[in-house]
Design a protein. Structure first.
Length: 90
């Protein structure tokens, strides 16, 4: 995994994508929220979040990392790990 941290702007993009896919109010989505427990996300919604990260953020995340995606901190970590410095604006 990369040590690159994502900017606040990137965090907001990630949060907006997740809220959109989960059809949740962005204010209800916190770092402590579980996508599956708090928003009833099933595996198809997790795959959709993954796909949106790839499409909207221009990154490629290995399929095996799908299991790690259940909250915003794990989403931020995945985006940071698989983003290039250029994609992050670094």
């Amino acid at each position: 995994m990369s040590a690159i941290a994502i900017s606040e702007e990137q965090r907001e993009k990630v949060r907006a994508i997740v809220a959109d896919v989960l059809e949740a109010d962005i204010e209800a989505l916190t770092d402590q929220s579980s996508f599956t427990d708090d928003f009833d996300a099933d595996s198809l919604l997790v795959i959709e979040i993954f796909s949106r990260f790839e499409r909207d953020l221009g990154i490629k995340i290995p399929q095996e990392d799908l299991t790690e995606l259940d909250d915003l901190p794990s989403a931020y970590a995945l985006v940071a790990a698989y983003s290039t410095p250029e994609a992050l604006g670094v």
